[in-house]
Write a protein that binds this ligand. Structure first.
Ligand code: NCD
Ligand code: ZN
Length: 360
């Protein structure tokens, strides 16, 4: 079986900073990717719209230039969202939207994930001038939807976790306070988040889904403590994974689209634990196809193409790619990426698994 598809867009990825940026970008280009939304949790964070880099911050303009010089110049689209910090102002939003440099902002729960320590709690943003300015200017809010600061059972339990808490407690108030704000619920993992997105106005609320959350559950992570599968939000239970698969398989759905959350870490295991993030550069479309086929499903090419190639551009308001790429259903291997900062292991290799598809 060969799939001939428009080149796809990765609407949530991490290209980092420093010498390996070009390696990460090239791995994306090699898998038929026509463009990306590159997350701003770099060091330093991308927390201004324009101007020169300083020790404490990058601008969208400056970081985009770094990415373009490292190879992202071939992309048809490159979106860098603004990291919402305590320094973000309504004036920055208004001016950024007016100049065209600002298209999206990223909400990080403070200390909730890799390089998220500059984030501001959602409760402090709701109803405030930054979100009001975004709503007014049509700037999209990308949300890492996990309640921060929870301990133990409230953070992760069979009936409740940081994501279900966020979607239950914080999201309704956000929608109500900002009725025109357009939102992307990033890397959703739970049946509660799926139900929230499906119940919301599709023109307003979209969601990205990663390959790992379509393919694995927490059992896969725990069995052997496979830290290459450790990312945030953590992979959940079978009922959650089924809710994701079901939502993506609905013909004509326009709300769910590809955002791999590919998050390269050259050192996954650290002195104080494990860095959160799964690297899926080079193999994301193959893994997504495996996710669409999981549980004995036949791959629905229409639903797959919508998810991978067209829904994202439509939600963000840029054209679907006119270029094409092909995938073939033959066994392939994921390979480690040798970068200037060391080897980065892609998720399936770290899990000891091969691929059912290859890019041709
Ligand atoms: C991401 C990273 O490493 O930058 N890690 C992750 O587990 N997903 C950060 C993020 O998107 O939460
Ligand atoms: Zn991410």
């Amino acid at each position: 079986m060969i799939l001939d598809l428009p080149k796809w867009f990765d609407l949530h990825t991490h290209f980092r900073q420093g010498e390996a940026v070009g390696d990460y970008v090239r791995a994306h280009v090699a898998m038929g990717c026509a463009g990306a939304l590159a997350m701003p949790n770099t060091r330093p964070p991308v927390s201004r719209v324009s101007g020169d880099a300083t020790e404490d911050s990058w601008s969208i303009e400056g970081y985009s230039e770094v990415l373009r010089e490292a190879g992202a110049g071939v992309f048809e689209e490159l979106i860098v969202p603004l990291y919402i910090t305590r320094g973000t102002t309504a004036e920055m939003i208004v001016e950024g939207a007016r100049s065209g440099g600002l298209r999206a902002c990223k909400y990080y729960p403070p200390h909730g994930t890799t390089n998220s320590e500059h984030g501001v709690p959602m409760a402090e943003l709701v109803g405030g001038p930054v979100l009001k300015a975004m709503e007014e200017a049509g700037v999209i809010l990308c949300i890492h939807g996990e309640q921060h600061g929870l301990a133990g059972a409230a953070y992760f339990d069979s009936g409740r976790n940081a994501e279900s808490a966020f979607y239950g407690d914080a999201m309704p108030g956000l929608l109500e306070a900002h009725p025109r704000l357009r939102i992307v619920c990033e890397h959703i993992t739970t049946k509660e988040a799926v139900a929230f997105v499906r119940g919301a106005d599709g023109a307003r609320v979209g969601a990205t889904v990663t390959p790992q959350h379509l393919l694995y559950t927490v059992g896969d992570l725990i069995q052997g403590l496979k830290y290459h599968l450790y990312c945030l939000p953590v992979v959940k239970f079978d009922a959650d994974r089924e809710a994701l698969r079901e939502a993506l398989g609905v013909r004509g759905q326009r709300q769910f689209f590809a955002g791999t959350d590919s998050a390269p870490h050259s050192a996954k295991v650290t002195e104080c634990g494990c860095a959160a993030g799964c690297f899926t550069g080079g193999c994301a479309p193959q893994l997504y196809a495996m996710g669409f086929e999981a549980g004995g499903r036949a791959l629905d090419v229409g639903a797959f193409e919508a998810f991978l190639c067209t829904n994202g551009p439509e939600f963000y308001g840029f054209p679907v790619s006119a270029e094409r790429f092909q995938m073939e259903r033959v066994a392939g291997e994921a390979v480690a990426l040798n970068t200037a900062v060391g080897e980065v292991v892609p998720l399936p290799l770290g899990m000891g698994l091969s691929l059912d598809w290859r890019i041709i």
